[in-house]
Ligand binder design. Structure first.
Ligand SMILES: [Zn+2]
Length: 59
């Protein structure tokens, strides 16, 4: 509880690089609503949204 930021990052699901098949580094971005994955071996990057999706804009 002393380090909520680190705990959040640690709690994030791992993602393997599409090509290297190695665990990618995780970093919270966009006000901690997105996870930015970066591969330590290549330049592949991936960003995914955290939490519930925003309500769809229906009319
Ligand atoms: Zn890679």
């Amino acid at each position: 509880m002393a380090t909520p930021l680190d705990a959040s990052v640690t709690d994030l699901p791992d993602r393997l690089c599409t090509w290297c098949r190695v665990p990618m580094k995780k970093r919270l971005v966009g006000g901690r609503q997105f996870v930015h994955y970066t591969c330590p071996k290549c330049v592949f990057q991936h960003t995914t949204r955290l939490g519930p999706k925003p309500a769809p804009a229906k009319h």
